[in-house]
Design a protein around this ligand. Structure first.
Ligand code: MG
Ligand code: MG
Length: 254
């Protein structure tokens, strides 16, 4: 069952979402060699709370035998795809760091992610980062009422695969708005014209996870961090959008 949100509900969702681009703009200024991922997490956590919201990823249950997610942000570096746990790791020149954060405000949820260069990064890393950012925008363009879920994934994959990159298959975007994760799943690959038909009022998190090498992933020993199986780089961008009969509204822009 895919929820259709009302105008009044979108007013609430928008408030939860708008905190995120502001938090990202703030934390971006602190991304430099020597900063720890825990310090970056703290900046985002404090910002979200100072705006009356709560970080929505804290306490998300893990797989069996794994502790609940302990931090505000998922912070993943280089070959780590998503769900990295912030800690003492200090970024070094040339890293690519991905920050994914969620908010909850008055029962409504926001979700967004960005990838950042740390200092000067290699042209290969920069190319992956830019291609992933662009693929999200291609996906968003395809996310309008009357189109299908497969059109979104086809647009994302159709942008990055000709560049030699691969799309993570085992992790997908999702519905969001009244909970951290809702139906439907929104894969970053697909067949045009196939899958669930999009309707005005759906609220979706589109989040391409794009690898420089193969698409396969593995989970690290902490039970949370997802990394590429072949050790290649991965980039991630995420926006939460409102599906309309025309251009989607990007809710996680300032
Ligand atoms: Mg996210
Ligand atoms: Mg998400």
């Amino acid at each position: 069952m895919v929820r259709i949100y009302s105008e009044r509900e979108f007013a609430q969702i928008r408030k939860a979402c708008r905190i995120l681009p502001q938090a990202f703009d703030l934390v971006e200024k602190e991304i430099r060699p020597g900063v720890s991922t825990a310090e970056l997490n703290e900046i985002v956590d404090s910002f979200i709370r100072s705006h009356g919201a709560t970080p929505s990823f804290i306490g998300v249950p893990g797989p069996p035998g794994v502790k609940a997610f302990p931090a505000c942000c998922c912070i993943s570096v280089n070959d780590e795809v998503v769900h990295g746990i912030p800690g003492g790791r200090r970024l070094v020149e040339g890293d690519m760091v991905k920050i994914d954060a969620g908010t909850q405000l008055d029962g409504y949820f926001g979700d967004s992610a960005r990838s950042y260069p740390v200092g000067m990064i290699s042209p290969e890393r920069l190319r992956l980062l830019e291609a992933t950012r662009e693929s999200l925008l291609k996906g968003i363009e395809a996310a309008r009422a009357g189109n299908r879920i497969g059109d979104i994934g086809a647009a994302v994959a159709g942008h990055v695969e000709p560049l030699g990159f691969s799309v993570v298959r085992d992790m997908v975007g999702h519905g969001v708005g009244g909970a951290v994760h809702e139906a439907p799943e929104v894969p970053n690959f697909g067949r045009p014209g196939h899958g669930l038909r999009l309707k005005a009022g759906m609220c979706l998190a589109l989040e391409p996870m794009i690898n420089a090498g193969g698409w396969r992933i593995r989970v690290l020993a902490d039970g949370w961090t997802v990394a590429t199986a072949d050790g290649s780089d991965s980039a991630h961008f995420e926006h939460q959008i409102r599906v309309t009969d025309a251009e989607p509204e990007i809710l996680t822009l300032d």
